[in-house]
Design a protein around this ligand. Structure first.
Ligand SMILES: Cc1cc2nc3c(=O)[nH]c(=O)nc-3n(C[C@H](O)[C@H](O)[C@H](O)COP(=O)(O)O)c2cc1C
Length: 225
């Protein structure tokens, strides 16, 4: 590897010179937001789809382990319902174990070309077995085979991975209704949702919706950038 200094500048200088928040924020008036965050999220999400933001449904899910140490990874949003934001994964994965011990999470979306981000916090509950099965069966055969092996995050000998997945693929093909026992859907029941949009002079716009768990009425506040 070429040391950074030989490229004429240090990594610190290179980082500082990189452009940031170069997206073009669409018109957004924080005084004119809907009563609840779901509607505003959908509006922003559709604008991200229309602007062809790559993988606009990709989101960072943050959880904490038994020691309170945060962990985070990227997942796909599976649905948005009045209950909240849904995602799917393996119960035996790190996130599954962390959520079993501490069913609270934060979710972050970043839509770079629109210079927008949304962050959501709340308690997490499981969907039903039927919902998990429906999600699982909608996955491609390859993805089902990997989930069926159910060894998310456990150390493996890479050479043995293909043989194990191929065997699982044969099971999937032989039984197309097969559902991995550990596959699960979770829902983040938001108690706080913040919409953030960049401003060219760094006078960023922040609108936060908050409500207590189980409460119906959302309170909104415009926040200092
Ligand atoms: C764009 C993208 C989408 C992903 N979607 C999912 C998903 O929907 N479900 C999932 O379990 N893992 C998904 N992953 C993999 C996770 O980031 C992660 O590696 C995996 O779930 C294991 O996480 P854990 O060990 O923290 O439980 C995705 C990764 C990327 C980069």
């Amino acid at each position: 590897m070429i040391p950074q200094e030989e490229r004429g500048r240090t990594l610190r200088e290179e980082l500082r010179a990189l452009p940031a928040l170069v997206g073009e924020p669409p018109p957004f008036d924080p005084a004119e937001v809907p009563a609840g965050p779901h509607e505003l999220f959908l509006r922003w999400f559709r604008e991200a789809v229309d602007a062809e933001v790559p993988e606009p449904h990709a989101m960072t899910l943050s959880t904490a382990d038994d020691a309170g140490l945060p962990d985070a990874r990227v997942l796909l949003l599976k649905d948005l319902t009045p209950e909240g934001w849904w995602f799917a994964s393996d119960e035996a994965s790190a996130k599954g174990r962390q959520l079993a011990g501490n069913p609270r999470a934060a979710v972050t979306f970043y839509w770079g070309s629109l210079a927008r981000s949304v962050r959501i916090r709340g308690e997490v509950t499981h969907g039903s077995r039927a919902q998990a099965a429906e999600d699982f069966l909608a996955r491609g055969a390859g993805a089902r085979a990997v989930a069926l092996v159910g060894r998310s995050g456990s150390p493996v000998d890479r050479a043995g991975v293909d043989a194990e997945i191929d065997a699982a693929l044969r099971r999937v093909e032989a039984d197309p209704g097969l559902v991995a026992e550990d596959w699960s859907l979770w829902c983040v029941h938001a108690t706080s949702v913040e919409f953030w949009q960049a401003h060219p002079e760094r006078r960023h716009v922040r609108v936060r919706y908050e409500r207590p768990r189980g409460g119906d009425a959302w309170r909104t506040a415009v926040l200092w950038p």
